[in-house]
Design a binder for this molecule. Structure first.
Ligand SMILES: C[S@@+](CC[C@H](N)C(=O)[O-])C[C@H]1O[C@@H](n2cnc3c(N)ncnc32)[C@H](O)[C@@H]1O
Length: 307
């Protein structure tokens, strides 16, 4: 049962509750609003405005100025997170005059110089990239999801994102040879090895750091919606079950939908009044069906590395 509740009679602050889990939707600038969550957040998962890309829809920044602009958020993000907390930034460089501008790399480097640890780079592989043709490039089929953290060992629960091992195990694991029963180093001495026997009896394995997810087709009243499964993946991996999630560039509310479905309390912040209202509507009316854990989410089934 969903419940909408205005807190403190504030026109810019709505709490949507489902089965005892809540999402606090806030209209405001996240740099100031995050002060209310200092030290309480386990995971910030977000997609900031892309440089110059959406000028018609909301404020955007020139690629040359993007790193400097993003650093104005560094302190509020850092202070909001617990010491074990993580920050996921979904973003993609823009092409300027036919050349990829590297403002995204500069931004990540600048954040690391200010104390963030760069834990890993995930890729969102778009299974249905936008059509089009360009003189020197192909269709753009992926975006970054940078995993930054306040410590080198942030909260991490890989079991929560394991995927089915796949049908190939029936053929491959039934015929284990002598080399398969101990750690076997590659013939080219690359240092990589495998011990296939460790996979016997397993039903699930770790996914890779590439997430294959389709672009959102349906209009959610926002020009840059990411699929709910994207924040959902990181919430399962990086936020404890009783933890707190924030999306400081909340947009249409995708992160809030994911957090509610996964039983994590959350907050969404957006400085655009229309998006704030649309996010509340979406949280209230969109089905909060459980996030699918099906293998279709990862069309590429896990295969063993055979050196
Ligand atoms: C790329 S969109 C996020 C879309 C979102 N991931 C979704 O699935 O709908 C970025 C959002 O950041 C908001 N924004 C820009 N500057 C902001 C600020 N200083 N504080 C809060 N929100 C801001 C914009 O209004 C926009 O809705």
């Amino acid at each position: 049962m969903l419940k909408e509740e205005k807190i403190n009679n504030a026109p810019n602050n709505t709490v949507v509750e489902k089965n005892g889990t809540y999402c606090n939707v806030i209209h405001g600038d996240c740099r100031s609003e995050l002060a209310n969550f200092a030290g309480k957040v386990d995971l910030i998962v977000t997609s900031p405005p892309y440089a110059d890309a959406r000028r018609k829809h909301y404020d955007s920044v020139h690629p040359d100025k993007f790193a400097e602009w993003f650093l104005t958020f560094h302190e509020s993000f850092y202070n909001a997170l617990k010491p074990s907390g993580s920050l996921i930034i979904n973003i993609k460089d823009k092409v300027v005059d036919g050349v990829r501008h590297r403002f995204v790399w500069h931004t990540i480097e600048a954040l690391c110089e200010r104390g963030w640890f760069s834990i890993d780079d995930y890729l969102w592989h778009k299974t249905n990239p936008m059509p089009g043709s360009w003189p020197t490039r192909l269709r753009d089929g992926w975006e970054y999801c940078f995993h930054l953290a306040k410590s080198k060992r942030p909260f991490f629960e890989p079991k929560a994102v394991e995927i089915p091992i796949g049908d190939w195990k029936h053929s491959r694991l039934r015929k284990l040879g002598e080399n398969d029963l101990s750690r076997h180093n590659s013939v080219n001495a690359s240092g990589f090895g495998r011990d296939i026997s460790k996979w016997v009896g397993k039903e699930t394995v770790l996914p890779s750091n590439v997430l294959s997810l389709a672009l959102v087709g349906k209009n959610k009243g926002h020009p840059a919606v990411f699929p709910v499964e994207l924040p959902a993946f990181f919430i399962k991996l990086l936020c404890p079950e009783d933890g707190f999630v924030v999306d400081p560039f909340g947009g249409s509310g995708s992160t809030g939908i994911a957090a509610l479905a996964l039983g994590r309390n959350s907050a969404l912040i957006d400085n655009n009044a229309l998006y704030y209202e649309q996010a509340v509507e979406r949280l209230l009316h969109e089905s909060l069906a459980q996030i699918p854990d099906s293998p279709e989410r990862f069309p590429v089934q896990p295969k063993l590395y055979e050196p």
